[in-house]
Design a protein around this ligand. Structure first.
Ligand SMILES: CC(C)(COP(=O)(O)OP(=O)(O)OC[C@H]1O[C@@H](n2cnc3c(N)ncnc32)[C@H](O)[C@@H]1OP(=O)(O)O)[C@@H](O)C(=O)NCCC(=O)NCCS
Length: 236
């Protein structure tokens, strides 16, 4: 993806690591998170996952709202391969993508994008994507709740944003259902925001309802150990 300005083109790809500012106190590494009905885990290049991913990325709604091109099998596999590498949050622009697995089958993806790392100002953007054949059963809500727990309880984000393309009603409804507030409407996108305080109010109930347990007590773990890894070991 890129933009043109004054006859020059600029890439919107991630900046090189050395230009991305300070690291957080510790990295957050992707490890599996179990919820009541789902398993969130890093993407893999297995044949079954590649097949599921090929279907998901080519769904018309997915393509429309994420502005994704049609991907043939080779391209969707390469896309999935990129996703398998997004397993650590440590610096601005880092991206964590987890497959949403239901009964052993990949049915979607939830992600977090670190936008700023400074502790008092830390923020992340959440993303979600579901195989439409599994829509309407609360799976996206359940998976996103686990990602919010990760963002607020482990990453210690001060707020989380969701950027939704105008007209993407299911995505906007999901943001509202999770407790986000619409804060800005652009020509093409609407911005939703959830401050940590809102999560403090709703998080306990959300975690209870969806079986997510990434308790704040886990925050004070030593800098060399990934808190998510320890939590996953407890859960699985
Ligand atoms: C955005 C998207 C993930 C939302 O999926 P979804 O199926 O609407 O969301 P959920 O899985 O949380 O399901 C919610 C529905 O299940 C119902 N539901 C049933 N059981 C539920 C439960 N236990 N908890 C919550 N909701 C439940 C809700 O009432 C809601 O019903 P409704 O659609 O009739 O209002 C999906 O539409 C999608 O992937 N779109 C294409 C990609 C995309 O646009 N991504 C976002 C880019 S910003």
């Amino acid at each position: 993806m890129g933009i043109n300005w004054g006859g020059r083109s600029f890439s919107l790809r991630r900046r090189p690591r050395f230009l991305r500012g300070p690291f957080m106190e510790r990295p957050l590494d992707a490890t599996p998170i179990a919820t009541n009905r789902l398993l969130l885990r890093p993407h893999r290049l297995h044949a079954a996952d590649a097949e599921a991913w090929h279907f998901i990325v080519n769904e018309p709604k997915t393509r429309e709202f994420l502005e994704w091109p049609h991907r043939d099998r080779h391209a969707s596999r390469r896309h999935l391969e990129h996703r398998t590498r997004h397993v650590r949050l440590w610096q601005a622009d880092d991206f964590l993508a987890l497959a949403i697995e239901l009964d052993g089958v990949v049915i979607g993806d939830v992600s977090l994008h670190v936008r700023s790392t400074e502790k008092s100002n830390r923020s992340a953007e959440i993303g979600w994507l579901l195989d439409s054949r599994h829509s309407g059963r609360g799976y996206a809500t359940e998976a996103a709740t686990a990602m919010l727990a990760l963002a607020f309880d482990v990453l210690e984000a001060q707020w989380v944003t969701a950027i939704v393309r105008t007209g993407n009603l299911r995505s906007a409804a999901l943001a509202r259902r999770l407790g986000f507030n619409a804060v800005a409407a652009g020509e093409e996108h609407d911005a939703f925001l959830m401050p940590g305080l809102t999560w403090d109010e709703h998080g306990r109930e959300a975690r209870r309802r969806y079986g997510v347990d990434l308790g704040p007590a886990e925050r004070s773990i030593s800098a060399t150990t990934s808190p998510v890894r320890i939590l996953a070991e407890k859960i699985l």
